[in-house]
Design a protein. Sequence first.
Length: 589
Amino acid sequence: MEKWFIKNIKSNGVDFKDFGINKYIYKILVNRNIDTVEKIGKFLNPNLENLNTPILLPDMIKASNFIINAIKENKKIRIVGDYDVDGVMSTYILVKGLKRIGANVDFEIPHRVIDGYGINKRIIEDSIVDGVELIITCDNGIAAYEEIEYANENNVDVIVTDHHEVPMGIDREEIIPNARAVIDPKLSNSKYPFREICGGVVAFKLINYLYSIQGIEDSELFEEFLPFAAIATICDVMPLVDENRIIIKEGLELINRTKNKGLKAIISESDLLGAEITSYHIGFVIGPTINSAGRLESAKDALNLFFEEDENKAIEIAKYLRGLNAKRQNMTDEGYIKVIDTIESNNLVNKFPILILKEDSIDESILGIIAGRVKEKYNRPTIVLTKSGDFLKGSGRSIENYDMFEKVSESKNYLERFGGHAMACGLSLKEENFKDFVIDVNRKSKLTRDDLLRRIYIDSSIEFKDVKIDLAYSLEKLKPFGNANPQPLFGTLNLNIVKFNVFGKNKNVIKLVLSDGFENRQALLFEKLEDFVEKISKSYEKEEIDNMLRGLKSNIFLDIVYTPEINSFRGNESLELKINSYRVSGVKL
């Protein structure tokens, strides 16, 4: 079940015609809190000149001076990153950028299963043995207070570059690691105007400032590193507004003409050679391929791809990563099927508002992916656990109406480790505490039936006469879409199915011609035919449905939520409505 909401945010009287846009585009912008002349101008015209200066980041000057002195003294520097895409991109940017200005630098990335997240004692001890005198973290380190104290005790200097929230003490004071410098936009003393940048962008900003004081042109900086900052931003699901929008827009253009042999190889091996690479390709094809190394083997394999200068070796590594990704997909599918079977066979959806499942055969590296897929299917907060050493280890994904960090924290007495935020968490517990934990979390959830309805937010209701190809063209100005800038959705009521066709090997592509009685529009719905028929058969007789399936005019009426898109086929462009959701007509929007 789902509930539709029309966004109804009041504008502040800006004349949208000054920007050459129509009332619908203006309403979409206002819905995203882009509601002033300055904000609208910057959003519609993203420009590298509008990137924020790195100097405003905390400790930027202090960190840069320390790094420059370390380079002059030929100190050995080690970058310590993370095993996800943001961590890999951050590490690449820092290593490549520091080498450009003469640094003696290498890198280390923790192993997901062996080390866990972030810098640790083992990495520091290895650095001591290797004669490392300066460690620079990226996409981690802000919470590594004890680890950095250990480094200090052993005469290893540390500079932290991170973007995560700063840990707080009982008295709500920030617990900041005692590093030589701490660069994090989320520090309370930060004057940086946009806090929501990823680790890759923080690393990019550090190299940006180092290049500027070394007299290296911005054009070289952007060409070399902006694509990787863009990949990190998309894959870390950062809000695609403000500075991030500029980085994505410009970064995608550079990705499409990249000279980096590793990036070209992964594009080629993903069957995207010749295609225009979009944020979708980064988020759902290239990103997961990079991530697969850190999930199943070592993230260093992915990182080495982007350093590779031999084209044949780059192709070889890219093939290996694509193979890992295929393996990860198979493992995910198998685990997901087992979890769904447990839910269905035990009728858990009707018993518990929070789905908490244990499946020992699932590899811990894919728990979060499976939890996310289950959450999407049932629109329930979901935690999936597996056996890991002496404990159960789990990952959770949540819905809008359930702050997973806050609420699961109320059951922390059952847990050994716990961390996360409103929409996701990670945890471990003793197996004997599992049943009590499930009962306690559900008892304290306070979720209502209404809370568990899937929510769809519609930018505007619209009449079919206004749904023209010009509207679809105008929506192109708002790309790329993603977090904080979702694909715009329109809603139209009481549309008659006048033509119906089914395509696809699995009969899961439905093409419709819909009419409001005056205008006809082509629409596309990605759903299995049997599921579509099952839904509408609750409201219409078999005879009506049979007429529709035979392609005859029917008396079946739908309300739809959709995005107008441009369908290009053999050089011809036409308007097509991509249906996001639908229901049988009769319920007021």
